[in-house]
Design a protein around this ligand. Structure first.
Ligand SMILES: Nc1ncnc2c1ncn2[C@@H]1O[C@H](COP(=O)(O)OP(=O)(O)OP(=O)(O)O)[C@@H](O)[C@H]1O
Ligand SMILES: [Mg+2]
Length: 417
């Protein structure tokens, strides 16, 4: 940990992985007891990193760790092929599956790359065979001589893709019923599955009326770093990169972020450090922190970090709910909060255009809370992250008119006519 390097890309493990001791301890014992896990938590909280670091720790105890990212999967066939690719590197694990698919996999699997193996498996699957082959795949993992810990990351994104197909709801239901049977079948510690994703699985299945399909996954929610962990991370990074902080710099960073989302802490540090290099200084002051918050984190170069939040929002919601979500978030950014009054105005403004507005508002608020955009305080919803709020404000306040003002204006326009 003391060798930690700064990282702002995807996941981190090993020396670059900071904090999270208790999370790892709890998850490790759950996995060792044979419990499948749903690893939930807000965007950029470090879910993938935790899932992978846990894999690294389990490997030390003779577990096999497989990681499949199913973000690009469009169908169950694609998803199964991704898992087969993950298992390819494990000596002998996929040989039975390869034998059963011998019409499609004629090569010796040790002589082809994992990627080619995936393509061949995929070519051999269709809507009539994926269930059976998928079962065989999971059984191959479970029957392996060592226990297997399999991470399926971005499963909710895959499900939202599936949902967009014609008869999408039925396909998702069919898939989840099958998946639930797999989890039930493998309920000892021969094969333990951890599911995660950058959008919430729980609100998605709830919306579809399929909550019971995931009740074999034990939820675990990853929260932010504490204030002291966030500051400690900054101090360790400063030491490792030979930069000096003026007293109070870590406090200022935390104050501006408002919450210890690991990715935001890391990304702030990178900006501070790069700025110091640019100005050939080794010293970072509180004024630098304030300047870089405004010009860096919120400026054009901060777009990459934050546009992520926009992208995922679109993936998790259909077009109409997405419109509702944009209104709610912009209202909360401009007015500091979204409340019942704003909700009533939103409903009146949109009910001629969008079906079931009231239900959509309720559903969207649930998703926005689950995925960490908003939190509820008394009767108000407000942004959990100050950074995200300020960014949203900078991006959308330009043409924004608060909901109730808009409604009043619409009404007086009508009266004039
Ligand atoms: N334990 C950690 N130690 C150090 N940095 C971390 C840690 N966890 C997360 N980070 C920082 O956050 C970034 C994102 O981590 P990760 O991809 O694991 O998050 P995630 O919750 O899976 O994100 P997403 O919601 O996009 O799937 C990393 O690149 C790193 O900068
Ligand atoms: Mg992730």
């Amino acid at each position: 940990m003391t060798n930690m390097r700064s990282a702002t890309g995807r996941w981190v493990t090993g020396d670059d992985f900071f904090d999270r001791e208790s999370e790892l301890k709890i998850l490790k014992s759950r996995v060792e007891d044979g419990n499948h896990v749903l690893l939930a938590g807000q965007r950029r909280m470090g879910k993938t990193s935790i899932a992978r670091e846990l894999g690294r720790l389990l490997e030390k105890d003779d577990w096999v760790f497989l990681y499949a990212d199913v973000e690009d999967a469009e169908t169950p066939e694609d998803m199964i092929a991704e898992i087969a690719e993950a298992g390819h590197s494990i000596q002998g694990m996929m040989s039975r599956l390869a034998k059963q698919m011998k019409h499609h996999i004629t090569d010796n699997i040790d002589e082809i790359s994992a990627y080619d193996f995936k393509l061949k498996v995929r070519a051999g699957l269709d809507s009539g065979s994926w269930k059976r082959r998928g079962e065989e795949l999971f059984s191959s993992c479970a029957n392996y001589k060592q226990p297997v810990y399999l991470v399926i990351d971005e499963l909710p994104i895959f499900l939202t893709r599936l949902l967009r197909h014609e008869d999408g709801h039925a396909q998702v239901e069919n898939f989840l019923s099958w998946f639930r049977r797999q989890l039930q079948t493998h309920s000892n510690n021969d094969l333990v599955i951890l599911v995660s994703g950058s959008i919430g699985l729980e609100p998605l299945v709830r919306r579809l009326g399929l909550s019971d399909r995931i009740n074999h996954l034990e939820p675990f929610r990853v929260g932010p770093w504490s204030e002291s962990a966030s500051k400690q991370c900054l101090n360790i990074l400063a030491e490792n990169y030979n930069v000096k902080f003026e007293d109070g710099v870590p406090d200022k960073v935390y104050e501006l972020l408002g919450i210890g989302i690991p990715h935001h802490v890391q990304s702030f540090f990178t900006r501070l450090r790069e700025d110091a290099i640019m100005h050939e200084r080794e010293f970072i002051s509180i004024t630098d922190v304030e300047r870089l918050y405004t010009n860096g984190m919120l400026g054009p170069s901060g777009q990459n970090d934050l546009s992520h939040y926009e992208k995922r929002l679109h993936e998790g919601l259909d077009d109409e709910s997405h419109k509702v979500a944009m209104e709610i978030l912009t209202e909360a950014a401009v007015k500091e909060y979204f409340d019942d009054r704003a909700s009533a105005c939103l409903m009146q403004l949109f009910h001629p255009l969008i079906e079931n507005v009231q239900e959509r508002i309720t559903e969207v608020l649930e998703v926005l809370q689950h995925d960490g955009y908003l939190c509820r305080e008394n009767e108000h919803y407000r942004f959990e992250s100050r950074l995200l709020k300020d960014w949203w404000y900078a991006r959308y306040q330009g043409h924004y008119q608060p909901l109730c003002e808009r409604l009043d204006e619409n009404r007086s326009n009508k009266e004039e006519v």
